[in-house]
Design a protein around this ligand. Sequence first.
Ligand SMILES: Nc1ncnc2c1ncn2[C@@H]1O[C@H](COP(=O)(O)OP(=O)(O)OP(=O)(O)O)[C@@H](O)[C@H]1O
Ligand SMILES: [Mg+2]
Length: 362
Amino acid sequence: MFNPFKFLKQSVAPDVLGVDIGTTSIKAVEVVAGERGPRLANYAYLASKNSVSRANTVLQASSLKLFEDDAANLLKELMKKMKPNTDRAIASIPNFLTFSTVLTFPEMSDSELNKSMAYQAKQYIPMPISEVVLEWVKIGETENENGAKEQQILLISVPREETAKYQNIFKKAGLSLGALEIEAFSLARCLVGEDKSMTLIVDIGSRATAFVIVEGGKLRFMGHTDFAGASITQALVSALNINPVRAEELKRERGVAGTGPNYELSTIMIPFLDVIIEEAKRVVRSYETQFVLAPKIERVMLSGGGANLPGIEKHFARQFELPIVKAAPFLRFEYSPIIEPVVGELNPMLSVAMGLALREIS
Ligand SMILES: Nc1ncnc2c1ncn2[C@@H]1O[C@H](COP(=O)(O)OP(=O)(O)OP(=O)(O)O)[C@@H](O)[C@H]1O
Ligand SMILES: [Mg+2]
């Protein structure tokens, strides 16, 4: 059949930016339609100059204004470096800015569900409903003791103030923000996709670690903790009485492999890594006790800059009786062979940004 829009579609090549504004750095990817699937055309990341010495404060300053201006300037700088062919961007909202809860509803249509959701949400969200943006996903279906069908809904709320902040950052940086997405969804799409294995993604950032349970690319459960990369660096600062820049270097060089001269360093960092592991186990327990009939978690996938800590996979493997794998979002993309040597390191860092772009081009 003759399609009058076909020509138009082909001439306007889809091109989109996925932008992940983290606590200490901004990561961006530019993705276009490739020959067989999405193609990574460009990527860039920029750490805030003071990010290490002011680990927890930089992009999450208590003053919203400061955060906005800092982030917008950094984003502008990043775009200058990247010179993308588009100004169309999709951005992420970190899990740690969200509040999520599981609700049970009788079987009903999506439109009926939408109506009762607003009413139910009032009782569970710790903020006035007018001040939050709500998102929900169906995560399960069961029968109650009377044989009636019920559905479980994961209700997620984000303060409106935070979404406005992100909109302002992109406006100030001269980019057109097409959509804002909670990072859990980007991670699910990009790191699991159609894979059926029940996966726990542990995304270790700087300020927070996000936990996301995914089944076949679908979000099932999410959580977060404030223990993350910065806590591990801070442990070295306090124990060795060294400056944060040196502590950061030591962490990245030596990691938690822990033999010979690195043994002492490992023993300082490991308790903090173990807090993250305990939290991960708590998330799994919480999911598996709420959803007894759901398939059990089959693997743990490490993502975020913290996943590059040398020795982290082995340490996780000692604590979890599950296979531990590293995030590999590049598997879903075509890319230039020139970057092959750095793909291993980039993989966990760019998971969120790549997942955002995949939402538009796949
Ligand atoms: N090679 C490495 N070894 C150990 N840790 C690393 C390595 N590379 C990066 N990190 C740590 O990863 C963290 C930054 O990761 P990432 O860029 O995912 O965080 P972010 O997105 O800025 O933070 P958040 O998600 O908490 O807002 C920092 O704590 C940094 O120390
Ligand atoms: Mg992050």
